[in-house]
Design a protein around this ligand. Sequence first.
Ligand code: GLN
Length: 483
Amino acid sequence: MHQLTLAETARALAAKEFSAVELTRGLLARIRQLDPQLNSFITVTEEPALAQAAAADARRAAGENGALLGAPLAHKDLFCTKGVLTTCASKILANFQAPYDATVVEKLAAAGAVSLGKLNMDEFAMGSASESSHFGAVKNPWDTSRVAGGSSGGSAAAVAARLISAATGTDTGGSIRQPAALTNLTGIKPTYGRVSRWGMIAYASSLDQGGPLARTAEDCALLLGTMAGFDPKDSTCVDAPVDDYLAMLNQPLAGLRIGLPKEYFGEGLDARIAEKVLAVVEELKKLGATVKDISLPNMQHAIPAYYVIAPAEASSNLSRFDGVRFGYRCENPVNLEDLYKRSRGEGFGAEVKRRIMVGTYALSAGYYDAYYLKAQKIRRLIKNDFVQAFSEVDVILGPTTPNPAWKLGEKSADPVSAYLEDIYTITANLAGIPGLSMPAGFVDGLPVGVQLLAPYFQEARLLNVAHQYQQVSDWHTRTPAGF
Ligand code: GLN
C-alpha cells in the first residue's frame, strides 16, 4: 500500500482494495518502525488519524468519492493544528498547542485527508538542512548520513521514505523545492498569495508560501487544487479562481518555450547536476518544446538581498515570542526584562538568534536605508528580470540546487556555505512567482532536482510540464533502499 502515489491510493480506496483505516494503520506501523532512522516526525497523532480515517471511510460508504478522502498526509510543524502540538521545531514553542487549525490544515481535513502528525523542520523554517531543529536533525532516506534538505526536511524525508503519501511544506527561499530535490520528490511553491498563510507561523511574511511535497506532479496537482484559493483571513491571499490543475496536466508541450538562464549554469554548479538538467531539457525538446538562452542579470545579488529581507521580517515576526504569550518561559524571572531576555535567550536556537540580530540591525535607524531599503530595490530588479524573461519564454528551467545532499554537520559551522545552497531558489520568493522542483536523476546515488519557474499564477503550467516529463521518465518512481 505504501508504495502507491497519492493518486494511485485514491483509485485503490475508491475501488475498495483497502480502507482508509487499514491504510492508516499500516502507515502508523511503518512510522513506528522506520522513523527512528529519519527523525522526520515531531508528533505522531495516532488516535486522531485513525478517527479521521474512519470518518473518511464512512463518507465514502455514504457515496462521496473525493480524491483526498482517506489520503494519508502530515503537516510541517509550523501549520497550526488545533489541540495538537505546533512547535516550529523550537524550544520556545515546544509545549504550544494551537487553539485553531491553519486554513490549509482545515481545507485538507474537510476534503477527507488523514493527518498522521507533525513533521520536523529547521527551527522557525530558517535553514536548508533541517539540522537546526530543537528535536534533532532530519536524515535523508537516500543516505542517512546526509541531510534531507530544509527547511521542510521532515516533510521530504517522510514522503520519500513512503511513511506518508504527501506532506505540506512552506517555502520562504526554497524550503519546498530544495528538500524535494534532495530526496527525489516533486514539490511546488505557489505564487505568493495563492495559498492562505493563515495559521502558518510566520518566518518572513512577504516571502512565505505553503505548498505540497509529493512523489509526482499529479499528486501535487491534486493537493494544490484543495490547498489554494482565497481566504478572507489572510489579507495577502489573492481572490482569483483556482485553475483545474488536474485537467491541465495532459496538455501537450508542443510549442512550449523554455528559457535556460546562463546564470543558472555558471560557477558553483556541480557539473554532474548540470548534465542531468540538460538531459531533462533534451527530453522536453522531444515532447515539442523549444529552448532559448536567457539571462537573469540580477541573480548575483539575490542571496545578499534575501539574507537582509528575510531576517528583517523574521526579527519583527519573532518579537511576539516573549515568554508571556506563547510557549516557553524561563524559570524564576527576577523582573519583566529578565523574563523576556532569558525566555528568548533560552528558547531560541543559534540560527534563529543570528537572524534576529541581523534583521534587527538591518532595520535599525541609520542602517535601514543602507541595508533594508537597498535589498528591497534589488528585489524589484530581480522581479523585473523575470518579467523581461517571461516576455520571451513560457517557463524557466535550471537546477534546483548546486549540489546533492551534503553530510550531516558538514555546513553547520559555516552558515554562509549553507546560504549559498539557496542560490537558485530564493529569486522566485523575492519575485513572488511560482516554482516547482522535480526528480531529474541521481549523482552518486543521491537524487538531484530540476527547477521550473513560471509567470504569476501559472502553477498549472508547471504541473503540466512536470507531469509530461514524468510520463517519459521514471526517476520519480525510484525508492530509497530500506524503505
Ligand atoms: N534556506 C532558506 C533560509 O534559510 C530558505 C528557508 C525557507 O524557505 N523557509 O532562509
